[in-house]
Design a protein around this ligand. Structure first.
Ligand code: SF4
Length: 285
């Protein structure tokens, strides 16, 4: 049996930067608070918790006066910065530069479209932290589109009107093909719709490379946290080209009897899966 670890897997730059910032801070301080989980990955959160990283929610901020709070790579809406100021906490802002640029783009487009009755559309998962941060750039007025079925429903109910100016953006971790299909659907009714492909290049290039990697292996072990939405997308992509694909959070979840002696086992993961976790799974196999 051969075991390969996908060279493109491991934390993306944005998440890796947030983690290393937290590690550097905790090298000199006993405690740091993260607003929301720093990464959708329980094993990594436990490792960081042992160093002193505590995950907190918005309701905890008023009780943290004088403390330092990390803003994770997903970013936050403007209201969070106001809340933090009122609560008297210091911020370490680890918003990924790619997400920050997207927030600014959306804010500028909203300022342009709202006076003329236009709408900013965001392809993403409703309630996802990054999407909340993006919607926050539009005073809550952006319309989140989760899927083609959701878009069709919103067009037929009038929640999205193709007669008005529209601008479509994407959450950075969405599937590029689904985004292209939504853009094509909108352009059918309104050829002037503005389409901004804001899917992170790290993610879109991962899609192509991962598809190839999964196809060259006889079995795929995909490692990611249960809450990782990017993990769900990338795992489905592996399964679409390799039906012998298994998603696990850690080595102890490996189903029994899935390997054959002549297998080429491919180990890969989401943008929130660390390299050490992939290596641990490989060692266990
Ligand atoms: S996926 Fe891309 S945009 Fe999102 S945090 Fe990672 S590097 Fe940044």
């Amino acid at each position: 049996m051969r075991i390969l670890i996908d060279s493109g897997s491991g934390c993306c730059n944005g998440v890796g930067r947030a983690i290393s910032t937290a590690e550097s801070y905790l090298a000199d301080h006993s405690e740091l608070f993260s607003l929301g989980a720093i990464v959708h990955n329980d094993a990594e959160i436990q490792r960081l918790a042992a160093l002193g990283l505590r995950t907190v929610g918005y309701a905890d901020l008023p009780g943290l006066r004088g403390s330092t709070v990390l803003i994770r790579a997903h970013g936050e809406p403007p209201s969070t910065y106001e809340l933090a100021k009122e609560a008297g906490v210091s911020l370490i802002d680890c918003t990924c530069p790619v997400v920050l640029a997207l927030q600014r783009k959306i804010a500028a487009k909203y300022a342009e479209l709202s006076p003329v009755g236009g709408t900013v559309l965001i392809f993403g998962k409703r309630g996802h932290a990054e999407v909340n941060g993006l919607v926050g750039q539009t005073e809550g007025h952006a319309v989140v589109v989760e899927s083609m079925a959701d878009l069709e429903e919103k067009l037929s109910s009038g929640a999205i009107s193709p007669a008005h100016p529209l601008a479509l953006f994407s959450q950075t971790t969405k599937d590029p093909e689904e985004f292209a299909a939504l853009a094509a659907k909108l352009r059918k009714d309104n050829p002037d719709v503005e389409v901004f492909d804001t899917i992170c290049r790290h993610v879109s290039s991962r899609h192509r490379a991962l598809r190839e990697f999964a196809a060259t292996c006889t079995v795929v072990v995909f490692v990611c946290g249960r809450e990782s939405s990017n993990g769900k997308v990338l795992f489905e992509l592996c399964r679409s080209v390799n039906p012998r694909s298994y998603k696990i959070e850690s080595a102890d979840e490996l189903p029994a009897g899935i390997f054959r002696p002549d297998d080429i086992v491919g180990i890969c993961g989401a943008t929130s899966t660390t390299r050490w976790q992939l290596e641990k799974v490989a060692a266990s196999i």
